[in-house]
Design a protein around this ligand. Structure first.
Ligand code: MLT
Length: 405
């Protein structure tokens, strides 16, 4: 008789964004007249940049010729894209990353989940609280999280690092000595950013203890403040303790195109093994690469015109973030984030529960958000709004929320 992975049976309910989508659909079905504005899942709404489209069209044409046809590509990504990433995302910031250290993939979500394959099941894992649920759920699936404690809303073996107002939503080094440390900056869901000094402290800690930092930088393009590191590899010593995840999803509107990358430095060794070799082994065995056409589209964002076009979309979303922050702050709501990130982390009024406030806004304002409690126990009493909507819809959503309050 087949045995299933018992760890899956321990997972509570459904994945957060599926649950939010289910509730929105149920509400829509019951209220077909409601014009719901979705500021819930962080999905982009602006079309692909013309330079990307042009490059993809050209690649499609190539694929229709004998000379230009591409079958299986390199699992790690085509050299033209890995070289462009190394040059424009790293060298341009004074950071040396070799193309061989860059692994192109179909998404930062996949990579953040899959990276667990190269680590043993008995590692102690630390996550921020609130946290992007993928880190938690994938470790639970791998048996690293222990048991889910329903009453506490947390897993018994995970180390939770509270990110709350009093620490500026930036985690403090925990007293338990974790082996794997997930950090996400700019942060999803709080929109907070770590300072250079804070990242230096993490890197020093990881090098001293032998931990590995799994640094999710999917929202890097939204950093506006000066002197904030755009990559963990700007920090001295990071090459011996960190893996970085980046994505074209939010940077270039690729959520439907699927392209991202993970950087595993050559020097990073643990337990006598090079993590770059292990990740290469994992990817070459389980992954066949991102489509050629998509990688050509991704490479187009590194041309001058592509760069200008994606920056225009990013500015558009950044403006939405300001509209949300300014509008809701004006009616007395406490808003965090939204300056270096496309997420606004809102304190619920009068100590209302996250899901209650979610229901209230859905019902009375027809605005869908993501309840903070869905991201972890410390998210209770908060709500996340995304800046990825249309400008008009975003303004309308803010007006509707103000009217309800
Ligand atoms: C989010 O809403 O947190 C993200 O869009 C989810 C994701 O990128 O997978």
């Amino acid at each position: 008789m087949v045995k299933v992975n018992q760890n899956y049976l321990k997972l509570p309910g459904s994945y957060l964004f599926s649950e939010v989508a289910r509730r929105i659909s149920a509400y829509s079905a019951a209220h077909p007249e409601a014009k719901i504005i979705k500021l819930s899942i962080g999905d982009v709404t602006r079309p692909l940049a013309p330079a990307v489209i042009q490059a993809m069209h050209a690649a499609v044409e190539e694929m229709g010729t004998f000379e230009g046809f591409h079958g299986y590509g390199p699992e790690q990504g085509y050299p033209f894209l890995r070289e462009a990433i190394a040059q424009f995302d790293y060298a341009a910031r004074g950071v040396d990353i070799l193309p061989e250290e860059i692994f192109v993939s179909d998404g930062a979500k996949s990579d953040c989940g899959n990276i667990g394959d190269i680590f043993g099941a008995d590692n102690v894992v630390a996550v921020c609280d609130p946290v992007y649920p993928v880190y938690v759920d994938t470790n639970a699936m791998a048996g690293r999280a222990g048991d889910f404690q329903e009453s506490l809303g947390r897993w018994s073996r995970l180390v939770y690092m509270p990110c709350v107002e009093s620490n500026g939503f930036s985690p403090e080094i925990p007293k338990e000595q974790p082996d794997l440390i997930y950090l996400c900056f700019p942060n999803n869901p709080t929109g907070a950013m770590a300072t250079r000094e804070q990242l230096e402290a993490w890197v020093d800690y990881a090098n001293a203890t032998g931990a590995v930092i799994l640094y999710d930088s999917a929202y890097e393009a939204f950093i506006t403040q000066e002197d904030i590191p755009h990559t963990i590899f700007e920090i001295e010593g990071a090459r011996t303790c960190a893996i970085e995840f980046r994505s074209f999803s939010k940077t270039a509107g690729f959520t439907g195109n699927r392209c991202a990358y993970t950087v595993v430095p050559r020097e990073l060794e643990r337990d006598g093994a090079r993590l770059n070799s292990l990740w290469n082994r994992r990817q070459t065995t389980k992954f066949n690469g991102v489509p050629y056409v998509v990688q050509r589209g991704a490479a187009a964002i590194y041309t001058p015109e592509g760069r200008a076009q994606i920056m225009e979309s990013i500015a558009y979303y950044q403006n939405n973030a300001q509209v949300i922050r300014a509008g809701l702050s004006a009616v007395g709501l406490e808003c965090f984030g939204g300056v270096n990130a496309p997420y606004i982390w809102l304190k619920t009024p009068k100590g209302m529960g996250s899901w209650d406030f979610f229901d209230l806004l859905l019902d009375r304002a027809n605005v869908a958000a993501t309840p903070g409690a869905g991201f972890g126990p410390s998210g209770e009493g908060y709500l996340r709004l995304t800046a990825f909507g249309g400008a008009e819809a975003t303004r309308e959503a803010v007006e509707r929320i103000k009217a309800v309050l």
